[in-house]
Design a protein around this ligand. Structure first.
Ligand code: GLY
Ligand code: MN
Ligand code: MN
Length: 441
């Protein structure tokens, strides 16, 4: 490749920065600031220790820059001016400092290398400056607004409309994760423990654990009934009824968030699994521009309750099960959430004016209540779980007669099912990045 050759990803990145600048200028105008400073953040040491927790930069910083482990940097943004990056490169022989900027991204910034953390007062140049980051005691500047909510809302709303660059990054993260998911599935069938499967997953994705977007959920049998199960058992259980893995990957800071569930046994659980896969695809296909995600979430409850009724787990029809809140025992989380630089990405619960959009009554964990727009990226992740504490509550309630408890007891050792894909919303055919990635393998 010649040095003059411009790759497609360079073109996408240039357009991404142009969009960011446009969104920024509009947001500054609306909130009456003439300058925004974004701090990437500082490393945090454990109490009474000199080792750091894994560092994650401020996501507003990463919204401009593919710098995923860079502390103590400042980004200075103004109307009509090229963004300035104060790039922290300490002289250090304990830790390797960040490498030199690479032209594909650095050409879009005026770069000022700094070898010491820089106080904000040495940067501020506007008369109305806003700062974003965990900076309460660092600015030392008088007339500055720290994390002003109205400006944050504007920028968060901008981040819900993914640029082509961002979609390409999330698609790339999906490809890394899909390959690793297949390796993890084979490791399950080969008899590996949760710990071993997790190692196999990380190796296949080419990522260290701290580079994952969230702690991978690697759950054999009833462990799948803990929604964010974090254990990684070293020993392999005798009986291997089912396996749920919710694990992602990152690419330039952008996340994939994928769940698959497997069993080798035939029977009701296996039928439930096929039914869940089919209904997940239906829901993913229905996530198009103009749809109220709250309605899609309620539809998911109806479809899952109907499946449970058909398979004999519920003795009442879907309508009754949803109306009485019985379906929430089996699906106690939301249908999904926005996805991007953060796994649970921003602005899922506000409208375009920044006003709160309430969750439907009885659905306290839904993370997305907006009407979908072209260019949103989100997850569709219906689940069915056999959670002892929630089942005990239902059993003790007036709705106990709605459930076939013998069948529920047979299903408890399988834990649960979740199927999760990542979707780019379009007017007609939304793009399923996850199914695409699996199909390419
Ligand atoms: N992996 C967390 C979630 O699916 O929301
Ligand atoms: Mn998710
Ligand atoms: Mn997930």
């Amino acid at each position: 490749m010649t040095t003059n050759m411009i790759t497609n990803s360079q073109v996408l990145f240039a357009a991404h920065i142009a969009t960011r600048q446009q969104q920024l200028e509009q947001a500054l105008e609306l909130s009456h600031y003439d300058e925004l400073l974004i701090w990437s953040g500082a490393e945090i040491t454990a109490f009474l220790d000199d080792y750091h927790y894994p560092f994650k930069p401020n996501p507003h910083f990463m919204a401009w820059l593919p710098l995923t482990h860079h502390a103590e940097c400042w980004l200075q943004l103004r109307r009509g001016k090229k963004p300035v990056l104060y790039y922290y490169q300490p002289t250090d022989y304990w830790y390797a400092p960040p490498t030199d900027p690479e032209s594909w991204w650095a050409d879009h910034f005026e770069i000022k290398s700094i070898s010491q953390p820089l106080p904000a007062r040495q940067i501020v140049s506007g008369s109305h400056t806003a700062m974003i980051g965990e900076i309460e005691d660092r600015g030392g500047v008088g007339d500055v607004s720290y994390n002003p909510q109205s400006l944050l809302n504007q920028l968060h709303l901008g981040r819900t409309l993914k640029t082509d660059w961002e979609v390409a990054c999330i698609a790339a993260a999906n490809r890394l994760a899909a390959h690793a998911h297949n390796v993890a599935r084979d490791a399950f069938f080969a008899g590996e423990s949760e710990f071993e499967i997790d190692m196999s997953y990380c190796r296949a994705a080419g990522l260290q654990e701290h580079e994952m977007p969230y702690g991978s959920i690697v759950a054999l049998n009833e462990h799948a009934a803990t929604l964010h199960y974090q254990g990684k058992d070293r020993s392999s259980p005798q009986q291997r009824h089912a396996f749920l893995i919710d694990a992602g990957a990152t690419y330039h800071g952008y996340a994939a968030d994928i769940t698959r569930t497997y069993t080798q046994e035939s029977g009701v659980f296996s039928d439930l699994l096929s039914g869940m896969d089919e209904l997940e695809l239906r829901l993913a296909g229905a996530a198009v521009t103009g749809v109220d995600y709250r309605e899609l979430h309620v539809q998911a409850h109806h479809q899952i309750a109907d499946l449970l009724h058909q398979l004999g787990v519920l003795k009442v029809d879907a309508e009754t099960a949803v109306a009485k809140g019985i379906s929430s025992t089996f699906l106690p989380h939301g249908l999904g959430h926005y996805l991007g630089l953060q796994t649970h990405d921003v602005a899922g619960l506000i409208d375009n004016q920044g006003e709160d959009l309430p969750r439907p009554e009885g659905h306290p964990f839904l993370r997305l209540t907006r009407v979908l727009e072209t260019g949103n990226v989100l997850t569709i992740e219906p689940g069915v779980y056999f959670i002892d504490s929630l089942l005990a509550k239902l059993k003790a309630s007036e709705n106990t007669g709605a459930v076939n408890w013998d069948l529920v007891d047979q299903l408890r050792p399988y834990g649960g099912i979740r199927v999760e894909d990542n979707i780019v919303v379009a007017e007609q055919d939304s793009r399923n990045l996850t199914r695409e990635a699996f199909a390419e393998l």
